[in-house]
Design a protein. Structure first.
Lengths: 387, 387
């Protein structure tokens, strides 16, 4: 019996290109020469056993950084760092480094991830000698985070504002900024879950960061880019060396041993992305995938999109979220359960919504194939016909 | 022509067992069932693309933690965490969490790694509202860190001392504690470079940590174990959630997305270690390897061990360091260069000493084969004969 094809809708760590899995597995067995270039002969050692100070790893690291500039469009005005700790650690490092005492850090609240970032700014402010304010300028909490809220007409004064922080895509609720906000404040962007999916104006961010485990690579490596001029800023006392961006930058991103495997795979993913037409090519494919799913949702009496059509410009192209309605309210839960069970049995993996909100979610990152979306759309239509 | 056998003496990331490379590469292609148990059929997905909240990864994570207890001998009184950021981040997290204002953090200075840990304690103390003292109780700096210095007879009062921090093995100078110091102070141990190499009393540490990239796995995952009662301690204000041990422990070690690949490989290494007779079995093999090299050094007129025979109890079984003397002083550098070049050409990789001290270093971690040590000893003896 032929094995069933599994379509992996995991929200992250998430699907990567099969070619990347092959090249990464090969590097674990034996690293290829020239920074694991295609077709280069092996060096006789596994990637996992070579020093991060070796010439072989130096090539891998430098090429990954170069590809971040070239493929993702991060300008050379910005320092690129490949750190550890995930976006969650960046929630803390940004205010630790850049929230001067007396300043205000401003946030837009689009759900769980923004909320965590806001809380870390508040936690840092509670330290002695810190004492910045944390302001939430806009939130869509009252409507279940079903859209990206507009910024207020009058923004706080630039001189007193450390930065404005936004989450470019929310994986849990399935919302996404259509474009980076154009504001006259230093912008900090958590782009973890849609980076690399389309041209999105990363250069507007004074500081940007992204956990790699959606569109960029495996978990355990975090891409950070920040304006070089900000590396000169005075960091408040009490921040240890390892948590200062300037310390990492001063050592060319290799202040201490990085996640060498993660850095290699990030580079392989970016090479794949470049060869597939870059972020512009990806944008077309991602739009087609998202459109197909939203069309099913908008034409259904059973499935209800979490982000209504009225907020179509807030709809995520990466994470499509919906609930099952239609039937009597007390039947919804059972129906959702049946849908998830049948979808799982049919090879659609990871469709269950985030544990904090329930319902369903299809994460369709860069490497997710259109045919998987088409198959899911057909499955949903057929399920509704039978329901 | 048959490929030359390469012996990898890298100080870290370092050699791991070939079997682990095979199983790790297989998991990157397709994860096996039952947490990648030997012989289990594949799950149809790569390890890199599954959620850290999935049942499959849960098994991998829980088994790795269980193996830390079972194989390394960390008692169940301690919480095990598999974090990110390396030992370097622990240098900062330990004082951030546990250096109460008014207390003293005590350190033994055995070289570069202790020095970095001391500096981070001082950096944290500089924060407003912190203000602990950082005391260096003993140091071997004056003699080029050529031994493990004894603790002073009179230790500081327990009530005012947050902890005593030691580095159990110094990779750069090649020194190692023969046994964990027996003191009536809470002990913090950076065991990055000799953990798992022999029975070493890890249970004496109130807090222990180890970057995985020597004896435990790939870079990008950090093993931490700490007494559960310390998780109840009040952490000074200003420490963000992601940098609090208690927050990680409260989420069973999965506060945010971990380095899933690193956690898998750490588990595979510990399985291998268990199957090879555990830390007791490893101790015998490691002692034999170290003895062979120190015997060559002690009987040579050309090679001089960095740690003299008079300090034999301070000699590292993991990193053997030496310089080339014998010839006129102005010839040493050229001779060292020639030795390193010839050793490299003969397949001995990574023999060059750390960039901060020069000379030579053979790192012979758990997975390094005795035959590689024997080959190096023969090469050195032959080199001296010709020199």
């Amino acid at each position: 019996m032929a094995a069933q094809r599994i379509f992996n809708f995991s929200a992250g760590p998430a699907i990567l290109p099969p070619e990347v899995f092959e090249r990464a597995a090969a590097a674990v067995r034996e690293l290829g020469g020239d920074g694991h270039a295609k077709g280069a002969p092996g060096i006789g050692l596994s990637l996992l056993e070579i020093s991060h100070r070796s010439q072989d790893f130096g090539m891998i690291h430098d090429r990954a950084v170069e590809l971040v500039h070239e493929v993702l469009g991060v300008p050379k005005t910005h320092q690129v760092l490949l750190l550890q700790g995930g976006a969650t650690q960046q929630f803390a490092m940004v205010p630790m480094n850049f929230a001067a005492p007396g300043s205000t850090t401003a946030y837009v609240d689009t759900g769980a991830w923004s909320t965590k970032a806001i809380k870390e700014s508040q936690a840092v402010a509670a330290g002695g000698g810190r004492g910045h304010e944390t302001a939430v300028l806009a939130s869509s909490k009252d409507t279940g985070y079903d859209h990206i809220p507009a910024l207020p007409e009058h923004l706080p004064a630039k001189a007193a504002t450390a930065y404005l922080h936004v989450t470019s895509n929310n994986t849990i609720f399935g919302t996404e900024y259509e474009a980076m906000p154009a504001v006259d404040l230093p912008l900090v962007v958590d782009a973890s879950s849609n980076i690399g999916s389309r041209p999105m104006g990363l250069e507007r961010a004074t500081i940007g960061y992204a956990g790699a485990q959606k569109n960029l690579g495996p978990s355990g490596v975090t891409l950070v880019w920040l304006e070089r001029s900000w590396l000169e800023r005075e960091v408040p006392a009490g921040v240890p060396n390892i948590l200062r961006y300037a310390s990492h930058a001063a050592k060319g991103g290799l202040l201490n041993t990085p996640n060498t495997f993660g850095v290699l795979v990030l580079g392989l993913v970016l090479e794949w992305l470049r060869d597939k037409g870059g972020v512009a090519g990806m944008a077309e494919r991602n739009q087609a995938k998202a459109d197909a799913l939203y069309t099913v949702l908008d034409n259904s009496d059973l499935f209800a999109p979490h982000v209504p059509k009225a907020h179509a410009s807030s709809r995520s192209r990466m994470n499509v979220t919906w609930t099952l309605g239609g039937a009597a309210e007390d039947g919804r839960e059972a129906l959702t359960k049946r849908f998830l069970a049948e979808a799982g049995a049919a090879g659609f993996s990871g469709i269950k919504g985030h544990r904090s909100v329930g319902g369903c979610r299809a994460s369709i990152y860069n490497a997710f194939p259109l045919e998987g979306v088409t198959a899911l759309c057909e499955f949903m239509t057929e399920f509704e016909r039978r329901a």
